[in-house]
Ligand binder design. Structure first.
Ligand SMILES: Cc1cc2nc3c(=O)[nH]c(=O)nc-3n(C[C@H](O)[C@H](O)[C@H](O)COP(=O)(O)OP(=O)(O)OC[C@H]3O[C@@H](n4cnc5c(N)ncnc54)[C@H](O)[C@@H]3O)c2cc1C
Length: 409
């Protein structure tokens, strides 16, 4: 019976662990730095909006416990602020299938409890490299799914796939109750992508948290610019007040909805930033054992395109297929590389698109965004690209293909 150790109880680690338990013949251990109660009582970790294909992986394994009560995200809107803070552009594209965002505090705590209930072995322990060094020999396969934590150092950065050496955005967010309904389309919910040229972006994301449905106000600020003002770690209310005051200044139409908001809880704010990176998926331990990196450990993109949890879900589904297809054969380095390469066939498209979105938009992208305001099919294709970003290579990312597409609509 293959013994599998998964380090890290996040989207990818727990999805893989729970889906492996459905199959006879695997002994699955998860090591988590925190207990379910500690996760629930902790700080928010993400905005985690997940689109249809990723949600479907959860449904396939009966893990969509919060689907009925979570607000359905049925569109993706884009606005651009003019220099005088008026709204230069505003449209919404409908998603073919809805997206949802379940606070990772709710989801990971619930999944961790379910993992134990279903017979998985849970060890609460923050794992060090030296722990892994001695543990690895006791398992047939060790998967490191520890997000952006220190264990990433086991995996070498691949420079040719990692164009950035610094964070490209300063991130700050707050989960709030009390936003007024969106006047543009009060009948359905949508993620809103507000662009402030040269300054950054504000995403507003409907979500489900510990206290029910809410909205997340999420600024992505260009480093050193006017939105990069959270490094002093303000207290939660001050954090929210700063977000609101920036909304008032740059995006008054969104501020108008936010007059009565309050934080969902005292741990509902977050600030930070990280460098996008692609790493070698096979990590080498001093003892000579190899470990397989998963999701953010090996492919970490900036959240500007909201793809990390989606990628984590898709990576877990892809690794599950690779594990099952391998049967009783040894999980050696060659198998690990093959498992990653299969996932990368998809993930490369997310990385290329996300890295491009961190740059000022080139003229052909501006033309597409402008045309989407007049042609709903263009808006719809852009919105649905968030559920399968591999489509963008065929039109958005190449000036000639973009021109040909626009001429055809
Ligand atoms: C501000 C922000 C907004 C985001 N918005 C979105 C979005 O809208 N949509 C989207 O799809 N993605 C979004 N993401 C990205 C998404 O949250 C991550 O990409 C995703 O959670 C990665 O999943 P993972 O399984 O790789 O790691 P994680 O979900 O981060 O899980 C890693 C787990 O490992 C644990 N761990 C770490 N080190 C150790 C250790 N040494 N020992 C034991 N356990 C350890 C951690 O505590 C954590 O529980 C956002 C991220 C941020 C920061």
């Amino acid at each position: 019976m293959p013994k599998i150790l998964i380090v890290g109880a996040g989207q990818s680690g727990l999805q893989l662990a729970l889906s492996l338990l459905e199959h006879d013949g695997y002994e699955v251990t998860v090591m988590s730095a925190r207990t379910p109660d500690e996760i629930r009582a902790g700080r928010v970790m993400s905005t985690q909006c997940m689109f249809h294909a990723a949600l479907q992986h959860e449904r396939d394994h009966g893990l969509n416990f919060w689907e009925a009560e979570t607000v359905k995200v049925e569109g993706l809107g884009v606005s651009i602020a003019a220099p005088d803070s008026s709204r230069a552009l505003d449209w919404v594209g409908r998603l073919d299938d809805y997206a949802q965002s379940v606070d990772q505090r709710v989801k990971m705590a619930g999944w961790l409890e379910k993992f134990e209930e279903r017979g998985g072995k849970l060890i609460i322990h923050g794992v060090t490299t030296s722990d892994l060094n001695s543990l690895a020999g006791m398992y047939d396969l060790v998967v490191v799914a520890a997000g952006k934590g220190e264990l990433v150092q086991l995996f070498d950065r691949i420079p040719e796939l990692s164009p950035y050496t610094q964070p490209q955005r300063a991130l700050s967010l707050a989960y709030v109750h009390g936003m007024k309904p969106r006047p543009e389309h009060p009948d359905f919910s949508a993620v809103r992508f507000n662009i402030i040229p040269g300054v950054g972006e504000l995403f507003i994301i409907p979500a489900y948290t510990l206290s029910g449905n809410c909205e997340i106000l999420f600024f992505e600020g260009i480093p050193g610019g006017p939105l990069d003002v959270f490094t002093d770690n303000p207290d939660p209310q001050e954090h929210l007040d700063r977000i609101l005051s920036l909304m008032k200044q740059y995006l008054p139409w969104e501020y108008d909805r936010a007059g009565e908001v309050e934080l969902t809880d005292s741990r509902a704010t977050l600030a930070g930033g990280y460098t996008p990176v692609v790493r070698n998926a096979v990590g080498e331990l001093p003892s000579g054992h190899a470990v397989l990196g998963m999701a953010d450990v090996v492919v970490a993109n900036d959240p500007i395109t909201g793809q990390g949890s989606n990628n984590a879900s898709k990576c877990a589904a892809s690794y599950l297929d690779s594990i099952l297809a391998h049967g009783d054969q040894p999980f050696d380095r060659q198998w690990m590389k093959g498992a990653f390469d299969k996932y990368w066939e998809y993930a490369q498209h997310v990385t290329i698109w996300t890295n491009a979105m961190l740059q000022p938009p080139p003229p052909h992208v501006l033309e597409i965004i402008g045309t989407a305001g007049a042609k709903p099919e263009v808006a719809r294709r852009f919105a649905n690209g968030f559920q399968d970003p591999s489509d963008f290579q065929h039109w958005l990312l190449d000036p000639e293909k973009a021109a040909a597409y626009l001429a055809s609509v």
